[in-house]
Design a protein around this ligand. Structure first.
Ligand code: URA
Length: 423
């Protein structure tokens, strides 16, 4: 095979054969295909696309670039959830122990935040002692004994993807539907889950913002997962406004715990239950009612076990910001919109996110959104709490938040949390 011919074929709108795909990803993993050649191929794929068969093969080859876990020895069905990323999306934290308490095993290999969206591992690391890195033996043991892990994918999981993701980030090739599908699903194939539910976000805070492209991403993800033998379905969910009240690491952990205790914001509980039902259905367990399991306290107990099994203290106080600043409503009316991306950006400015991979996040930093679209607000009422350890960031973050909402005197029609189901 010649990499130049493969790039040229895709540049000219051709289909890549299974053999070409297998070879180019293997050669890239071995260092024989150079970064600039992979960058050119990524751009050709972004411009020309890949059909379902190419995407399925691409995904399988990316998964096979590293270690493939085998969870077949567990005595329970395995099922995982993946979100395409959003603002205030702490769903994994409550959903994983809930589904484990329902009797499935949940191997949740997660990532960190980059840009305006948060990462599950960054959130959990605000719990004193909690470890994201598990050895393979520990991962199997916790899945067997607790029924769930939430941990970092090691460098051995889909190594071609971690290199390629870094390339895409600096070559304007992130926004390709087949490349996103290959990237997300290669890690899920390698993790060995039997079923998978995708939470595909739609709206200003999402990875892709145009509804038609989001729908195409959802359909491609579902087809690519199923083509590779993972029972896959997807929910299209709203990410126009942040999910729930809290945006930022420790603030989101607190909110997830409140969901597990039956006291969470209703939309967060609603989405957690909708995804739990979808996960249980795809594992042949639709007879289990997750709402009953949540109400019984079993999911909260499972959360405590999950945190403790990874070295965390479920009773420890979480970090609290040195400064909390309140922004108030300038007038009375109905909150018409609250822009997820702008709120994510404000939380990021306050220290919740990172600009480069190697930066540290501030665990206590973030924003609490005290009013959500559809709520009636009175002039002078608090709209946002800004939490930060760095008071110098408050002015910029406040400016972002002042531009993030509209108050209207008219009626407000709000979007449902779950927009569509894609199978
Ligand atoms: N998340 C991933 O893991 N990969 C992508 O390409 C986009 C989102």
């Amino acid at each position: 095979h010649s990499v130049v011919e493969i790039i040229g074929a895709k540049r000219d709108g051709g289909r890549l054969s299974a053999a070409q795909i297998d070879w180019v990803i293997d050669a890239y993993t071995r260092g024989e295909v150079a970064e600039e050649q992979m960058s050119a191929l990524a751009m050709a794929i972004l411009l020309r696309g890949m059909d379902d068969a190419e995407t399925a093969r691409w995904t399988a080859a990316m998964a096979a670039s590293g270690e493939m876990l085998d969870l077949g020895a567990l005595d329970r069905p395995t099922v995982d959830k993946h979100s395409t990323g959003g603002v205030g999306d702490k769903i994994t934290l409550a959903l994983t122990p809930l589904v484990a308490a329902c009797g499935a095993a949940v191997p949740q290999l997660s990532g960190r935040g980059l840009g305006h969206t948060g990462g599950t591992l960054d959130k959990l690391e605000s719990i004193p002692g909690w470890r994201a890195r598990l050895g393979t033996a520990e991962l199997y043991r916790n899945l067997d004994e607790v029924g769930a892990v939430i941990c970092a994918a090691t460098e051995r999981i889909a190594p071609a993807d971690s290199r390629m993701y870094a390339l895409r980030d600096v070559t304007a090739t992130v926004e390709s539907v087949p490349l996103i599908a290959g990237s997300i699903l290669s890690k899920k194939l390698a993790e060995g889950t039997a079923s998978l539910v995708l939470d595909v976000k739609c709206g200003s805070g999402a990875l892709l913002t145009e509804p038609e492209r989001v729908r195409r991403l959802a359909r491609t993800l579902v087809a690519t997962g199923n083509d590779n033998g993972v029972r896959t379905s997807a929910l299209l969910t709203s990410m126009s406004a942040p999910l729930g009240v809290a945006v930022g690491n420790a603030l989101e952990v607190t909110e997830a715990v409140s969901v597990l205790r039956g006291e969470g914001p209703s939309e967060v509980t609603e989405l957690t239950l909708a995804l739990a039902r979808e996960m249980l259905a795809s594992s042949g367990m639709s007879d289990v009612d997750p709402a009953g399991v949540l109400a019984s306290g079993a999911a909260y107990e499972k959360w405590r076990a999950l945190v403790a099994a990874q070295g965390g203290d479920p009773d420890a106080d979480l970090p609290v910001a040195a400064h909390v600043h309140t922004l108030r409503a300038p007038q009375s009316g109905n909150l018409a919109t609250l822009d997820a991306r702008a709120v994510g950006a404000a939380a990021w400015l306050l220290g919740a996110g990172r600009a480069r991979k190697e930066d540290e996040v501030r665990h206590a930093a973030g924003v609490r959104c005290l009013a959500k679209p559809g709520d009636r607000v009175s002039g002078g009422e608090p709209l946002f709490e800004l939490h930060t350890d760095e008071p110098g960031t408050i002015e910029d973050a406040s400016r972002r938040l002042h531009g993030a909402y509209e108050i209207t005197q008219g009626e407000v029609r709000t979007e449902p949390v779950v927009l569509e189901r894609v199978t």
